[in-house]
Design a binder for this molecule. Structure first.
Ligand code: P1T
Length: 394
């Protein structure tokens, strides 16, 4: 495994192997098999400018470098960058834009991403349009001469829409815009945006990559050398970098990424199917269901449908709220992608920063509940959901 140091060729190896080894050869000084946590904030130089690849901890750190190499390998990209949060990663990428530039963004994104574009970048003169990217005709019309970036999640948060990465990448390429795919929900286990033509991939590593709900982190991966140069510059200049300890935890979490995501997807498919036949449920949104409008595209573009389910409880807010309070194994909490199952109410919790009228137009109803399926036993999780629905009905 010595060949698997940062930057080593990783073609031909499967994601499960890369997750355990990429960027993480045994430590050359001690033989430590697990990547050491290097806490030092600075690195000695033999003479001014004569260093061993590290100078100052914000600019680079060995534990962070291992994580960056690993995430890059998982996404099939050449260059990886780690950040102190998903939004830190997003902010760093978006600062590549200039006043007067325009972002064409999917209409369904994490509330914090919407807030960043709407409340932080718009006042700086970087405008955004939020468009249903499943309608390629509307996408063509939404491009402006100053559109520099197309930004999308797929599956989206929280409505699990599926957008065609390849088609959007080719539209953007023809118009000179970068395509950024937030791959947090799908993870590289299920979807490879760079291979489909995206310029860069973003992650909230807080979610599936770390997988244990004990780190806030982010990452960006690209194979574009010039873009990577600029991202690296911004990463150091802006300074939204993760601690070495957090990098270690994310690396450790990544080792079981494939196992966790496959298990969560298996259970989610079972629960989505049962929910779709439950009398108290108005509508189930899960890309693995044939009723999902993006099912065929998801089958083509992904290797599985993921661990996230959204559904509308009959009876609106009072029933959705009672359901969330009645759960015993699921915790009612924001976030997703951990080993533990979580449930939340997007309109009140994760997407409260989106104006009410816009939320309603999108379909983020008061009865909408989002589930993040963990790795607990599938039957126990279904029993919990069924029992909570019964209690919510009074
Ligand atoms: O929370 P942070 O690590 O900064 O990541 C932001 C972010 C980016 N992209 C997607 C798709 C996300 O879902 C998130 C964060 N989302 C939640 C906290 C949530 O519960 O939806």
């Amino acid at each position: 495994m010595r060949a698997m140091k940062a930057g080593a060729k990783t073609e031909g190896l499967s994601l499960d192997t890369l997750a355990v080894h990429a960027g993480q050869p045994p430590d050359p000084t001690s033989g430590a098999v697990m990547t050491p946590i290097v806490l030092s904030s600075t690195f000695a130089q033999r003479a001014p400018g004569e260093h061993q690849g590290f100078e100052y901890g914000r600019s680079g750190n060995p534990t962070r470098r291992a994580l960056e190499a690993c995430v890059a390998a998982l996404e099939g990209g050449r260059h990886g960058f780690a950040f102190s949060s998903g939004l830190g990663a997003e902010t760093t990428l978006l600062t590549l834009l200039r006043t007067g530039d325009h972002v064409l963004c999917g209409d369904d994104v994490y509330g914090g991403t919407f807030r960043l574009l709407d409340k932080v970048l718009a006042p700086l003169g970087i405008s955004s349009s939020f468009v249903d990217l499943s309608d390629l005709g509307r996408v063509r019309d939404a491009f402006r001469p100053n559109t520099r970036m197309v930004w999308l999640e797929t599956p989206t948060n929280p409505l699990l829409k599926i957008f065609d990465i390849g088609a959007l990448a080719s539209l953007a390429r023809d118009r000179g815009a970068l395509v950024v795919v937030d791959n947090t929900f799908a993870t590289p286990v299920l979807q490879s945006p760079l291979a489909l033509g995206a310029t860069a991939v973003v992650h909230s590593t807080t979610k599936y990559l770390n997988g244990h709900s004990d780190v806030i982190g982010g990452a960006v991966v690209t194979s574009d050398a010039e873009l990577a140069e600029r991202i690296g510059f911004q990463q150091n200049a802006i300074g939204a970098v993760p601690s070495p300890f957090d990098c270690y935890l994310v690396l450790r979490g990544i080792k079981t990424l494939g196992l966790r995501v496959r298990q969560a997807s298996y259970t989610a498919a079972m629960i989505a199917d049962k929910l779709s036949r439950h009398p108290q449920v108005e509508r189930v949104i899960y890309p693995g269901l044939k009723s999902h409008p993006g099912h065929a595209l998801a089958t083509q573009q992904m290797t599985g449908y993921g661990g996230m389910i959204s559904f509308v409880v009959k009876g609106g807010l009072p029933h959705a709220s009672a359901f969330l309070s009645a759960l015993e194994i699921f915790s009612c909490a924001e976030s997703l992608g951990g080993v533990e199952s979580l449930a939340e109410h997007p309109a009140i919790m994760t997407h409260a920063s989106i104006p009410e009228a816009q939320r309603r137009a999108l379909g983020i109803d008061d009865g909408l509940v989002r589930l993040s399926i963990g790795v607990e036993a599938a039957d126990d999780l279904w029993t919990d959901v069924e029992r909570a629905l019964k209690r919510a009905a009074g």
